[in-house]
Design a protein around this ligand. Structure first.
Ligand code: PLP
Length: 405
């Protein structure tokens, strides 16, 4: 399959509807993406036709669901170019993946007086779990700032690193600024000090192909629902050498080898980190979502989305008195902005009246709001099923709303 916009659009019938009597324009893709028919069909298949708990039964349906679940793990392994399928852990999403590492890695490696580095542009999901770990272990959280342009101040990274730095956690792509961070460089600097790196890939996997071996990152986390898959499913990639020595995150069924009241021994990877009945339908459907984007080609997706980003940015700038937050040349299709003095909540509500869905608020990134000294932002974010015609509607809507104030 190539990149044919009309064909692609047909895969997403949800987009073909009206909201408030206007054609629906969905520009809230960074919050959650819509799912193509193949993914919805997979969810249906493993709900209506086939259903049984995995890894537990010897009957036909249990074998089918187990095989499909483990096959999805192989799809993710290939997608991330991981070395081994044991390095792919199914979680509920990026948030749980980061919490798993912050809990388990820190229990093993973090002690009083140690330090963790995050950046100023992180989503709360990549701040709060580390803060909680620091509280548990009397450690310190250090923050790498970004410039007003929305780029990490890389010249400061070495000055933050000390002998007590135990892990660095950074977003591959910022959910507010859209900046693609220089993670290769960060990983290289961190590794020269023997510090592992966790990459929050929630906003990058839908837009770029990832090779965790080439990157040499130690952990990589992402969510299914941002890459056209279901909610409630996510991935943690971790290097086997680290996952093996980390204690389990949750206790329960499946993660054990043997249980006695005296002592419990734990299962092998990846099951050690998959306690309880997982969201196997979600995992299977995530596999389909990944195959869907692979069939189109992530390079083609990225190029098309970049075209949308440039088109929208130029038109928005031409409106005048519109501030865009985050202007790095290395950017994905995310535009956070402020139009005149119109409050983002008013703007979002009025755009919705005109059929356009954007995200407004603090975007789970309070430190980014504080950096720019704003209480909230409006965010338009694009996917490959959006079009320049939709951007035209958006620009017209902004002009109309402005004229009302
Ligand atoms: N990290 C980033 C950069 C995000 O954009 C998001 C969600 O918007 C998350 C983490 C959290 O993802 P989830 O809510 O799917 O766990």
């Amino acid at each position: 399959m190539g990149f044919n916009f009309q064909d692609i659009r047909k895969d997403f019938p949800i987009l073909d509807q009206r909201v408030n009597k206007h054609p629906w324009v969905y520009f809230d893709n960074a919050a959650t993406a819509q799912r193509p028919k193949v993914v919805l069909e997979k969810i249906r298949e493993f709900s209506v036709i086939t259903n049984a708990n995995i890894h537990r039964g010897t009957h036909d349906h249990a074998i089918r669901t187990t095989e499909a679940y483990e096959n999805a793990r192989d799809i993710v392994k290939e997608f991330l170019h991981a070395e081994a399928r044991e390095e792919i852990i199914f979680t509920h999403g990026t948030t749980e993946s980061i919490n798993l590492v912050a809990r388990s890695f820190c229990e093993k490696f973090l002690t009083t007086g140690d330090e963790i580095i995050v950046t100023e542009m992180e989503h709360h999901a990549n701040i709060v779990p580390w803060q909680m770990a620091c509280e548990r272990h009397q450690a310190t959280l250090k923050v790498l700032p970004f410039s007003d342009k929305g780029e990490l101040r890389m010249e400061l990274l070495e000055t933050l690193i000390t002998k007590r730095t135990k892990i660095i956690a950074v977003a591959h792509v910022s959910n507010t600024l859209g900046t693609v961070n220089p993670i290769e460089e960060i990983i290289q600097i961190a590794h020269s000090h023997n510090i592992p790196v966790l990459i929050d890939g929630a906003q990058s996997v839908p837009h770029a192909s990832i090779d965790v071996q080439k990157l040499d990152c130690d952990f990589y986390a992402f969510s299914g629902h941002k890459i056209y898959g279901p909610t409630g499913i996510g991935i943690l990639y971790g290097k086997r050498s680290l996952l093996e020595v980390m204690p389990p995150f949750l206790g329960g069924g499946e993660m054990i080898d043997q249980v006695t009241f005296k002592k419990t021994t734990y299962n092998e990877l990846p099951h050690k980190f998959e306690a309880g009945t997982p969201h196997y339908v979600g995992a299977i459907a995530l596999g389909s979502a990944i195959q869907y984007v692979q069939n189109i080609g992530l390079d083609k997706i990225a190029a098309y989305e970049h075209q949308l980003l440039n088109y929208a940015t130029n038109q928005m700038k031409a409106l005048g008195d519109l501030q865009i937050f985050g202007e790095s040349p290395a950017k994905t299709g995310v535009i956070c902005f402020k139009l005149d003095q119109i409050h983002p909540f008013d703007l979002g509500t009025l755009l919705d009246q005109l059929g356009i869905a954007v995200r407004t608020g603090r975007l789970c990134a309070d430190p980014v709001m504080d950096h720019y000294q704003v209480t909230a932002m409006t965010r338009a974010s694009f996917a490959f099923y959006n079009s320049e015609e939709e951007i035209d509607l958006f620009i017209k809507a902004l002009q109309r709303i402005r004229s009302m104030f």
